[in-house]
Design a protein around this ligand. Structure first.
Ligand SMILES: Cc1ncc(COP(=O)(O)O)c(C=O)c1O
Length: 389
């Protein structure tokens, strides 16, 4: 069999190596500490589970949904208005089976083969895989520590900007954890208008911001809706990753095209999941603060614990991740990741798997409880892997 070239970019040797090594350790009875996958270990609030359970009890909810139910659209408009001061109309909203669904398909609506899509480097993998599936060319915008991991618009070549159809941007950012100030978004809107580029802003971590600060919406910038859309997911905010529900919001032409494409691909989000989303967005919101408090506590515990044993890293301002530099004696994040797993049972993701500019870092997801974190730090300390020499 000969499979399409498209498939070549979809497998990563490092992830199968890590999976094999992990299975090997488990079969030897060794304990592993999985900080690799960004799926929350925190349960959804009881009222969300209850809404899903109740809706799943009605036979009519097993039909194709086809559309977003009016109460869901109302819940989303209420959420964006109350939370971000952004007014949305029905035509400016479409639900997605997770932002992953939208990210993998939006390029198909905007880019023809050979067109350019601008992405951050490093970036969350589907940001580059989506355009690649549409056979678009990628233009990488480096995220450098010296620029606070923000895109440097002045460094973008005008010829590349003229050629670009779509720019995919995300703050708070996975994997680098940086947030962006409002002036950044103002410049983004100005840049996109100047070069006639559609902007997709992925706001998956709008609610996971620490130290008393709050995330913003790109759509609250005047003119943003003229040139772009935002994706916002319930996966991380409400611990609903498996439910697969998220929203594309903003420019009605972009939303209309995405809705048309999706009408050929799926028949809408399962109705009980739509009901659970309504419960999440309109029910008591203290669960959001509880989730933030849990991650912030873990963040302090992990960063302070590792710093104490000589693995220096900074506290992330947002997201559920830590972007940690690899110890100076290593020059490859993959090599460090494999050694770390073999010597300590701790699983992280090598920065290079997020793009060339991710080299020199690893990503830890804060998805383990404190007793596991404490044990993991102890194992790393015993191994001496982060010490000089
Ligand atoms: C930046 C970013 N966008 C989107 C997603 C996927 O979200 P969803 O579960 O809504 O598909 C993730 C998941 O880790 C993510 O980190």
């Amino acid at each position: 069999m000969v499979f399409s070239n498209r498939m070549n970019g979809l497998s990563s040797a490092i992830f199968s190596t890590l999976e094999n090594k992990r299975n090997e350790l488990v079969s030897q009875g060794r304990e592993v500490f999985n900080f690799s996958v960004g799926t929350p270990d925190i349960p959804p609030a009881p009222h969300i589970i209850h809404a899903l359970q109740e809706a799943a009890g009605f036979a009519e909810n097993y039909k194709y949904a086809l559309k977003d139910i009016p109460e869901l659209v109302e819940a989303v408009t209420g959420w964006y208005s109350k939370r971000f001061g952004v007014c949305l109309e029905r035509e400016e909203i479409v639900s997605l089976m997770g932002s992953q669904d939208g990210l993998s398909h939006i390029s198909l609506t905007l880019a023809d083969p050979g067109d350019t899509v601008m992405v951050q480097d490093p970036c969350y993998p589907i940001f580059s895989v989506g355009p690649a599936l549409a056979c678009a060319n990628l233009y990488k915008m480096p995220l450098l520590k010296e620029n606070n991991f923000l895109i440097d618009f002045d460094a973008i070549e005008p010829s590349a900007a003229h050629a670009a159809k779509l720019m995919i941007v995300s703050y708070p950012n996975n994997p680098v954890t940086a947030t962006a100030p409002m002036e950044f978004y103002e410049k983004l809107v100005w840049f996109a208008k100047k070069y006639d580029i559609v902007v997709l802003h992925d706001n998956a971590y709008s609610e996971l911001v620490y130290d008393g600060k709050r995330g913003e919406s790109f759509l609250s910038i005047p003119g943003a809706k003229d040139i772009g859309v935002e994706f916002n997911s319930l996966s991380k905010s409400y611990n609903m990753t498996g439910c697969r529900i998220s929203f594309a919001l903003g420019n009605r032409n972009v939303i209309e095209q995405l809705r048309t494409l999706k009408s050929h691909l799926d028949y809408g989000v399962f109705l009980p999941v739509q009901r659970a989303a309504i419960a999440a967005l309109t029910g008591p919101q203290n669960c959001l603060q509880e989730t933030v408090d849990t991650y912030q506590k873990r963040r302090d515990f992990i960063v302070e614990g590792f710093n104490k044993i000589g693995w220096h890293m900074e506290k992330p301002p947002a997201t559920m991740f830590i972007w940690a530099p690899i110890p100076p004696k290593y020059d490859s994040s993959e090599k460090f990741t494999i050694d770390l797993l073999e010597q300590t049972g701790v699983i992280v993701v090598p920065g290079s798997s997020f793009g060339e500019r991710g080299e020199g870092f690893v990503r830890l997801a804060m998805v383990q409880p404190e007793d596991k974190i404490m044990k993991a730090i102890e194992r790393v300390k015993e191994s001496g892997i982060v010490n000089a020499g």
